[in-house]
Structure formats: structure tokens, C-alpha cells
Design a binder for this molecule. Structure first.
Ligand SMILES: NC(=O)c1ccc[n+]([C@@H]2O[C@H](COP(=O)([O-])OP(=O)(O)OC[C@H]3O[C@@H](n4cnc5c(N)ncnc54)[C@H](OP(=O)(O)O)[C@@H]3O)[C@@H](O)[C@H]2O)c1
Length: 317
């Protein structure tokens, strides 16, 4: 059983999700957290991963490491997205299994579900229809990770479980407009427009698509739940189960940032999928639910943005 002295290896502990898991576990009194940056340990290298796990002897591994990116990056580097993600997760999952580790938490993404799956997305829709082509490389890698954990769980009765988060945002987010997700991009755009005498903000699309957002600390709490309990099934969606239009999201961000200028919706730009919402009833039924309201989460994210704005500027912000 896991306790506060257990050695917990968080792969990808410098990333947005991994650092939130580290923060939340530290705050709960877990004292033996370990991690290595990609410079110290390249997870694509099988022997290096084996040596690291042998040396550090973790009781549990949380895999929050991945090569992540948007549509453009997926389109331009399909081989890297498929291969590197499979290498990272295969090395971690396989070496954990071979070296006798009984508990493993694998993080994926809602893109594993078919493009035209009914909404809200249920876990049982996995592998029932074709994927969204723009990120199928990444999605396929993640699906193999889910299936590998399921196979080890079924065949060897180990507690290997996969958690699939919805869109995440929060502390440690990426505010680079070339690669950021919609919510941090809005925070930055509204903030800069406010500083610029409340100039006009132009946002992409019609504003009508509906999306779900989960504060990253809530995601970390879901990981803690999976750590402290043996979950009865192999795959769980993690989200709020609630969505809103992009237009309503923009109104909320604008209010929190304090921008009072006009907003233009550029509907020559693509909208993407009309709706993407997770069915989180399986997690609710076993006792986990998100805690942070969207408005509070955006406020916290904006506060963090303001505290770190100088660092972003140095990185060609
Ligand atoms: N952010 C979201 O909205 C979201 C939504 C759904 C699911 N997820 C999932 O959550 C997980 C983490 O995402 P994130 O947003 O935290 O990503 P992130 O901020 O880009 O962090 C990814 C981490 O992976 C590590 N990494 C990548 N390649 C590596 C390699 N070859 N060797 C060692 N480490 C490597 C990086 O380490 P270094 O920093 O040391 O280079 C980085 O810390 C992913 O599986 C992702 O699919 C995220």
C-alpha cells in the first residue's frame, strides 16, 4: 500500500501536469517524490530508463511525460509524435512491469476517442470509430499506452490504471501565442489589450463551439485519488463534466482580466469540433469530483501569469 513515505516517481515532473502533481503530493505530506528532467534522463532510451528505475526503486510511477503539441506540430512531425510517445511510455510501463513495480498511473488525453463519438465521451467509446486525423499520431501512441496498462492489469493483476484528462489549464500553463491552448491565449490577449488602452481583441472562430476545462490542481487531485485507492477499472475520464461556449469563456476571462474594450470574432478562422465534453460519471461514482470552479481557476491562473510575466517576456513572449 502507498503511504507518505512511499517513493513516488513522477515522470515529466517539470511539465504543467507533472509539476501540479508534485505540488499537490508535497502539500499532502508525501516526502519521497523523485523526478528527472529530460536532460538528466531521456525517457526514449530504454537502458537509461531501466537503470534509473533500478537505482531509485520507486513504489509507484506516475507517467506525466509526453511529447505534446498542437495541430501544426502534429501535422509537421507525425513520426516524432507517434514514435517518441510510444518510446517514452513503453520504456516506463515495460520497465516498471519487469522490475516488479505493482502500481502505475498513465496519463493520456481525450483525443484517444473517435472524432465523431457521441457526446459526452464515455470510456467505452474507445476504438469504436476513426480518430481525428490531425492528431491521430499522438492519439494512437496514447491508445497503445492505455492498452499496455490494461494488458498488464489483466494478465498480471497489477494496479496499472489510465486517466484521460479533458482540456487542462492553470499554474505553469503555456502563454506563447504560437503554441498555447485557447484559455491561456485569451488571458494573454486580454491582458495585453488592457495594458494597451483597452484595445480591440480579435478571437478565432465564431465563439459557438463548446468546451470543457479542468484546473490542473484538480487533475493532480485525481491522480492522488488513483494513487491512494485501487481503482476498480483500467480507464477513467477526468474532467468537470460541464462545458461552456468559447464566447462565454471569453466573457469570463475578459471580466477577470479587467479588459473593457471590444471583442471581434474572426469567423473566417476554423471552429474545430462543435462540442467536446467528457462523461465523468465513472469517477464520480467511485468518489472523485473536481473542486475548483472555472471562475476561481481562471483567477488563479491570471494571478500566476502576472507573477511570472517577466519570465515570459524573456522567452520571446
Ligand atoms: N495540458 C493539457 O491541457 C493536457 C490535457 C490532457 C492531457 N494532458 C496530458 O498530460 C500529460 C502531461 O502534459 P503537460 O501539459 O504537462 O505537458 P508539458 O508541460 O509539455 O510536460 C511534458 C513533460 O514531459 C517531459 N518529457 C518530454 N519528452 C521527454 C523525454 N524524451 N524524456 C524525458 N522527459 C520528457 C518534459 O520534460 P522536461 O521539461 O524535463 O523537458 C516535460 O516536463 C501528457 O500526457 C498530456 O497528454 C495534458
Amino acid at each position: 500500500m502507498i503511504n507518505k513515505n512511499s517513493t513516488i516517481y513522477i515522470a515529466g515532473h517539470n511539465g504543467m501536469v507533472g509539476s501540479a502533481i508534485w505540488r499537490v503530493l508535497s502539500a499532502k505530506g508525501y516526502i519521497n517524490l523523485i523526478g528527472a528532467s529530460s536532460k538528466e534522463l531521456d525517457l526514449r532510451k530504454q537502458k537509461a530508463v531501466r537503470d534509473y528505475i533500478r537505482k531509485t526503486k520507486p513504489d509507484v510511477i506516475i507517467d506525466a511525460a509526453a511529447k505534446v503539441g498542437g495541430i501544426l506540430a502534429n501535422n509537421n512531425f507525425p513520426y516524432e509524435f507517434l514514435m517518441e510517445n510510444m518510446q517514452i511510455q513503453n520504456n516506463l510501463i515495460n520497465e516498471a512491469h519487469r522490475l516488479g513495480i505493482d502500481k502505475f498511473i498513465f496519463l493520456g488525453s481525450s483525443c484517444i476517442y473517435p472524432k465523431l463519438a457521441p457526446q459526452p465521451l464515455k470510456e467505452e467509446y474507445l476504438l469504436t470509430a476513426p480518430l481525428e486525423p490531425t492528431n491521430e499520431w499522438y492519439a494512437l501512441a496514447k491508445i497503445t499506452g492505455v492498452k499496455l496498462c490494461e494488458a498488464i492489469r489483466n494478465e498480471y493483476e497489477k494496479d496499472f490504471v489510465s486517466l484521460m484528462p479533458t482540456n487542462l489549464y492553470g499554474t505553469g500553463d503555456n502563454f506563447d501565442l504560437h503554441s498555447s491552448h485557447v484559455l491561456p491565449a485569451m488571458i494573454r490577449k486580454f491582458h495585453e489589450a488592457k495594458e494597451n488602452n483597452n484595445s480591440v481583441v480579435t478571437l478565432w472562430g465564431s465563439g459557438r463551439p463548446m468546451r470543457e476545462f479542468l484546473f490542473v490542481d484538480d487533475m493532480a487531485e485525481a491522480v492522488v485519488f488513483a494513487l491512494e485507492n485501487e481503482l476498480p477499472e483500467h480507464l477513467y475520464n477526468i474532467g468537470t463534466g460541464e462545458d461552456l461556449t468559447i464566447r462565454d469563456l471569453a466573457n469570463l476571462v475578459q471580466k477577470i482580466v479587467g479588459h473593457t474594450g471590444a471583442v471581434i470574432w474572426d469567423d473566417t478562422k476554423p471552429d474545430g469540433t462543435p462540442r467536446k465534453l467528457m462523461d465523468v460519471s465513472k469517477m464520480h461514482n467511485i468518489g472523485w469530483k473536481h473542486q475548483v470552479k472555472l471562475e476561481d481557476g481562471i483567477q488563479k491562473t491570471y494571478n500566476w501569469f502576472l507573477q511570472n510575466i517577466e519570465n515570459f517576456k524573456q522567452k520571446a513572449f
